[in-house]
Design a protein around this ligand. Structure first.
Ligand code: HEM
Length: 444
């Protein structure tokens, strides 16, 4: 007879909703609310969430188990094999458009790849992979990406102590330049408009927010006047149909490169400020590769520096929790069948730090990516995994390598405000970017 998966208790469900589900909603699912994120950082809600899920996993794991989130029960996945089943089977039978995500994203990107299913997903995915050149060791526009990233790094070096707001503004400009072209570099109003639409998404309206059509039209105008040195210049050569909605696909690229990436890079700088040996390795790697010369091969080859960025994402995932919903009935390997509509949750914050599985759980360990097997581990899903994994992962890392490589050749980061980090102690479960400042001390 088929076994049912275990169920966490009602009280545990209430705690899970309060400590894991609700904080994720309060922080803003799509546009983080700085004040709230900072309060959550102080609580420390992330540590409480980790402890709660660790307790549940030890009582009910390692198989998936049911836990209440609000009024519904969802299956929480903590074993890498189950995560592989689900993410390896996305978008079908495991669709990536659970109701809350679909309702929220519809406000600012109603035709987004990540909430598309079936043929529509295949169509839009082919377009995204062609332009982003997913999986390619070096993007055909890598030269431009590297020089734009280096210019932004130089600009920040001249600006004194580095706040998150400063690095974010810099990456918003970089993003407009890389995605839309030189003419868009100073189009701050476009970024502001997207911010407002995303804020509307937090309320999960289920329909495009006011101003969406005008925003879409602005993007369409950039697409209609492509820049050969930007991603718009590659659109004509990429597969698309009447269903693709090309301008609508660019929206995800804009916020992922403009918000998510600098958050991770700022945290990588914080980690390097507390790990001088790692910083020395970053510089030694750069010297050995002659990356002072700035060749794109040297940038892309800085594997240890890439490991530093990947560790920032593992330790403090910008996507703390994400989910799937079954598009059809699924039979699991224990014989259990779960019906269409079943919600599945992947709690990155716990899985990335699971001390039972990850020997270096609470340490900064870039070498696990550059020399170890972290890259093959389905426990680590800051970029997700499988057919629906982030198609911009390679580009993100390359931009990060180009930017940080340039910055670290000239400056040594030092946290001057915000949570301090101690390499001798387990690293905290969160590192709030909004309350921090990082000094960039010139290298002699
Ligand atoms: C550090 C930066 C980034 C992080 C941490 C990140 C993370 C993720 C994650 C976790 C997902 C899966 C979401 C889910 O299934 O619910 C995803 C999907 C996606 N990402 Fe990224 N991303 C980053 C940068 C980028 C960039 C720069 C681009 C484009 C230029 C991009 C484009 C996309 C797209 C289009 C999807 C949807 C894929 C699909 O559904 O098939 N991302 N990303």
């Amino acid at each position: 007879m088929a076994l049912d998966f275990k169920h966490a208790s009602l009280v545990e469900g209430i705690r899970f909703t309060a400590q894991v589900g609700v904080p994720n909603v309060l922080q803003g699912l799509f546009r983080k609310r700085p004040g709230v994120v900072s309060t959550v950082g102080r609580l420390p809600a992330d540590a409480l969430a980790y402890r709660l899920v660790a307790g549940l996993a030890s009582s009910y794991g390692p198989d998936p188990f049911w836990v209440r989130v609000g009024g519904d029960e969802a299956l929480l996945l903590t074993h890498p094999e189950d995560i592989e089943t689900v993410l390896g089977g996305s978008p079908s039978p495991f669709a990536s458009d659970p109701e809350a995500k679909r309702k929220g994203m519809t406000a600012f990107q109603p035709t987004a790849l990540t909430i598309s299913r079936g043929d529509l997903w295949t169509d839009r995915r082919a377009f995204a992979e062609a332009v982003l050149q997913t999986g390619s060791p070096l993007h055909s526009l890598a030269e431009t990406f590297a020089s734009v990233a280096a210019a932004e790094a130089d600009g920040l070096l001249a600006g004194g102590d580095l706040s998150f707001q400063a690095i974010n503004a810099s990456f918003q400009r970089l993003t407009r330049r890389v995605v839309l072209g030189a003419d868009a570099a100073d189009d701050n109003a476009l970024t502001d408009a997207l911010g407002e639409l995303m804020a509307a998404g937090n309320k999960m309206p289920g329909e495009p927010a006011e101003g969406y059509d005008a925003f879409h039209a602005r993007l369409a105008a950039y697409v209609a006047a492509p820049d050969a040195s930007a991603l718009t210049g590659l659109i004509a050569g990429a597969p698309s149909t009447d269903e693709t909605d090309v301008p609508g696909q660019l929206i995800h690229w804009l916020f992922a490169m403009g918000d998510t990436l600098p958050t991770n890079l700022y945290r990588a700088l914080a980690l390097l400020s507390a790990h001088p040996e790692a910083l020395a390795r970053v510089r030694a790697e750069a010297d050995a590769a002659g990356s002072g010369t700035g060749t794109v091969e040297a940038v892309a080859g800085s594997a240890y520096l890439a490991g530093c960025i990947l560790e920032a994402m593992r330790l403090w995932p910008t996507t703390a929790l994400f989910g799937r919903v079954q598009a059809e009935e699924v039979r699991w390997k224990n014989g259990q069948k779960t019906p269409a509509g079943t919600q599945l949750l992947i709690h990155n914050l716990f899985n990335h730090r699971n001390r039972e599985r990850v020997p270096y759980a609470d340490q900064f360990a870039p070498e696990e990516w550059s020399e170890g097997s972290a890259g093959d581990d389905w426990s680590f899903n800051f970029f997700s995994h499988g057919p629906q994994g982030c198609p911009g992962a390679g580009m993100s890392i390359f931009l990060g390598q180009a930017f940080l490589g340039r910055l670290l050749a000239q400056a040594t980061p030092r946290i001057t405000r915000g949570t301090t980090l101690d390499a001798e102690k387990p690293l905290p479960y969160g590192w709030d970017v909004y309350t921090a400042t990082i000094a960039l001390d010139p290298v002699d």
